[in-house]
Write a protein that binds this ligand. Structure first.
Ligand SMILES: NC(=O)c1ccc[n+]([C@@H]2O[C@H](COP(=O)([O-])OP(=O)(O)OC[C@H]3O[C@@H](n4cnc5c(N)ncnc54)[C@H](OP(=O)(O)O)[C@@H]3O)[C@@H](O)[C@H]2O)c1
Length: 162
């Protein structure tokens, strides 16, 4: 993707792809290959995408948004889903540190909980529709700036616990 975008400014990079492979697993159900596969998408994929598109983001003084989760929070710790929780906490940590390093380039970075959304991952019992989540998130992305860089917010604009 980065090769295809050489020389073109990118004003908004949305790091949305994610997997939740350990949903519903018991305490003994977290094998090493599941950790590796989950981190490859949820953590490494986020960082390498940002790194690869840095020239484009710098050219636009653009924004990076990372879809983390309320499950990244260590304040809220109900147990279970160890792999997904750890990967989303790592994604939150990436965003916080990228915000520090990229400020000098005029690039702002936001981290978001999209809500419990009716997608393949969220399931049909989830609390909000895709349209509700995306409408809310687009407002958040619009309001993201260097004044708010490093924020961790919910889809409806509330600051989230770390
Ligand atoms: N749904 C929720 O309630 C909820 C709550 C909190 C956080 N989130 C986060 O919100 C984001 C979107 O979740 P969702 O509910 O839309 O999940 P989803 O329904 O499972 O969709 C996941 C998306 O990620 C893509 N993807 C997965 N692995 C990938 C990879 N290795 N490379 C490229 N694309 C990949 C999938 O593409 P393919 O279709 O091509 O496989 C799919 O488009 C995720 O980061 C998730 O962790 C969701």
């Amino acid at each position: 993707m980065a090769e295809g975008l050489v020389g073109r400014p990118v004003d908004l990079l949305i790091c949305n792809a994610g997997v939740y492979l350990d949903k519903g697993h018991d305490i003994d159900g977290f094998p090493a290959d599941m950790w590796a596969q989950s981190f490859a998408t949820n953590v490494t994929g986020v960082f390498l995408t940002v790194q690869a598109l840095l020239p484009n983001l710098r050219a636009a003084q653009g924004k990076v948004v990372i879809l983390s989760s309320q499950m990244a929070s260590h304040t809220r710790a109900p147990g279970g889903s160890y792999i997904y929780r750890a990967s989303k906490a790592a994604a939150l940590n990436l965003g916080r540190n990228l915000a520090t390093d990229l400020r000098a380039d005029g690039i702002s970075v936001g981290i978001y909980h999209p809500g419990w959304v009716q997608t393949d991952m969220g399931g049909t019992q989830a609390e909000i529709t895709v349209d509700q989540a995306t409408d809310g998130l687009l407002c958040r992305f619009e309001s993201l700036s260097l004044a708010t860089t490093g924020c961790f917010e919910t889809w409806d604009g509330q600051p989230h616990d770390y």
